[in-house]
Design a protein around this ligand. Structure first.
Ligand SMILES: [Zn+2]
Ligand SMILES: [Zn+2]
Length: 152
């Protein structure tokens, strides 16, 4: 079964009404192999219909997140991206200076999650998150004293 059909079926089974707009939104994000912002989803769907707005796109994407079919991550600078559950748990390292995004292996964080569990009795179930810092190039530039790391 195609990926999008699985999602639509899951939503139907949980009692959600699948309007044509909702279906288009689910298809757009499910068929895209990448992350998408709500604006990008809207742009893609606008080619098929004009009777859709950004609020509907956000509501449907947030519904997918609530139902565990997708996850969102804030990459800073107003970039909130959505990825389907097919992407699995993952982490983005976002450079505050140049905006570069490095995809990191979530397994690198296992020692930290174990430490949190030991100290706070809290088990982390990370899905999708971003950490902000400086990339290698920007850090080197900063160390050479070329410009500040402050994007403003
Ligand atoms: Zn950078
Ligand atoms: Zn992601």
């Amino acid at each position: 079964m195609p990926h999008c059909e699985t999602f639509l079926q899951a939503l139907r089974r949980r009692g959600y009404r699948i309007t044509p707009q909702r279906e288009m939104i689910v298809r757009a994000i499910a068929h895209s192999g990448r992350h998408m912002t709500a604006e990008e989803v809207l742009e893609e769907i606008r080619e098929q219909t004009r009777s859709i707005n950004l609020a509907t796109v956000y509501r449907t994407l947030d519904l997918l997140v609530e139902e565990g079919l997708a996850s969102r991550a804030d990459l800073g600078g107003g970039r909130v991206v959505y990825a389907t559950a097919r992407h699995g748990p993952h982490v983005h390292l976002v450079c505050r200076h140049c905006g570069r995004v490095i995809d990191a292996d979530i397994a690198s964080f296992d020692p930290l999650f174990k430490e949190i569990e030991a100290r706070y009795g809290f088990t982390c179930h990370p899905q999708h998150f971003a950490l902000y810092g400086l990339c290698e190039d920007c850090r080197a530039r900063e160390e050479r004293g070329e410009g500040s790391a402050d994007p403003d």
